[in-house]
Design a binder for this molecule. Structure first.
Ligand code: NAI
Length: 300
């Protein structure tokens, strides 16, 4: 089935460049009206300009698409509320939100200031919560919504020098887990993308020879799938260089220990069996997890 976005309105945050720009162009090509949000600052979050958003908006309009430029700071509730209001008054609805805006302030943890911690967590995690809260009532009311959170291999696997960024990105995965449950009955599907692509954010981190392979255009198909009517719910797609995978939490079947063995030594003696992935499973919610864990095989 071809995937199109005719009649849909999408907000893409941080769409003035890099990955967000490509998502916006691809959505517009397939018929979506797109709000191009970007604060237009530097990679570390300093500065502000409306030029980045306006340029991408012009690009879409020159290609015959429909777009609206917006320079709201995703951490500012009032500016985000105005953005959503504008989208609704110009386009009538908001169907899709891609939380993509982001900054970097890399430092090893012992050198990181709390200001660097707070700024990175604010833009990625709080910014996504602010934007999602602003569209949530609209999506509930229309019984349709597609929300994409941008997590990262750094958040899911760890990356030296990115304690603030990795924590924020793992937080987005946690936010998705709950919003996917809360939104399901309103047909709001929330998923994550964990991209890898050469952009201004990563050009110094990734090998220059990978620019062609690791281009944002290779991530966009997964994001568009997550924005579509066919989107799953509560899924993390990892995308890099034309390869796509799903990341998920697998619990080991574990062991149920008799009372006298519930000691640190009892755990240490059985740790290889407790951690064995054989027969592993995923729980659909925190309560499902407890029910599953209480059924762990007995340590005979
Ligand atoms: P980028 O720097 O080109 O794009 C991020 C955009 O967000 C910028 O245009 C910036 O102006 C905007 N932005 C920053 N703070 C903002 C705020 N407060 N309000 C509104 N807009 C703001 O970088 P890239 O690589 O395109 O990143 C896009 C997203 O993908 C980010 O969330 C990033 O963390 C994530 N990501 C990127 C990876 C990569 O390999 N490029 C890897 C994993 C995640």
């Amino acid at each position: 089935m071809p995937i199109d976005f005719e009649g849909r309105t999408a907000i893409v945050t941080g769409a003035g460049g890099g990955l967000g720009r490509v998502y916006a162009l691809e959505l517009a090509k397939r018929g979506a009206r797109v709000v191009i949000n970007d604060l237009g600052g530097a990679v570390d979050g300093e500065g502000r300009s409306s030029t980045a958003a306006e340029k991408v908006c012009d690009e879409i309009e020159q290609n015959g698409g429909t777009a609206l430029a917006n320079s709201a700071d995703v951490t500012n509730e009032a500016e985000v509320a105005d953005m959503v209001q504008d989208a609704q008054s110009k386009f009538g609805r908001v169907d899709i939100l891609i939380n993509n805006a982001g900054i970097l302030r890399d430092k090893s943890f012992h050198k990181m200031t709390m200001a660097d911690w707070e700024k990175v967590v604010a833009v990625h995690l709080t910014g996504a919560a602010v934007c999602t809260r602003a569209v949530w009532p609209v999506m509930r009311e229309q019984a349709y919504g597609r929300v994409v959170m941008t997590t990262s291999p750094s958040g899911l696997c760890g990356n030296f020098g990115q304690a603030n960024y990795g924590a924020a990105k793992a937080g987005l995965w946690g936010l998705m887990n709950t919003l996917a449950l809360e939104g399901a009955k309103y047909n709001i599907h929330t998923n994550c993308i964990a991209p890898t692509a050469v952009t201004r954010m990563t050009e110094e981190l990734l090998d220059a020879s990978s620019t062609q392979t690791l281009k944002p255009e290779n991530v966009a198909p997964a994001v568009l799938f997550l924005c579509s009517d066919q989107a799953p719910n509560k899924i993390v797609i990892m995308a890099a260089g034309g390869s796509y995978s799903v990341a998920q939490l697998i619990e080991t079947p574990g062991l149920h220990l008799p009372q006298e063995e519930r000691t640190p030594e009892g755990i240490a003696a059985r740790f290889e069996r407790i951690r064995s992935l054989e027969g592993g499973y995923s729980s659909s919610s925190a309560f499902d997890h407890v029910a599953n864990l209480l059924k762990a095989p007995r340590d005979e």
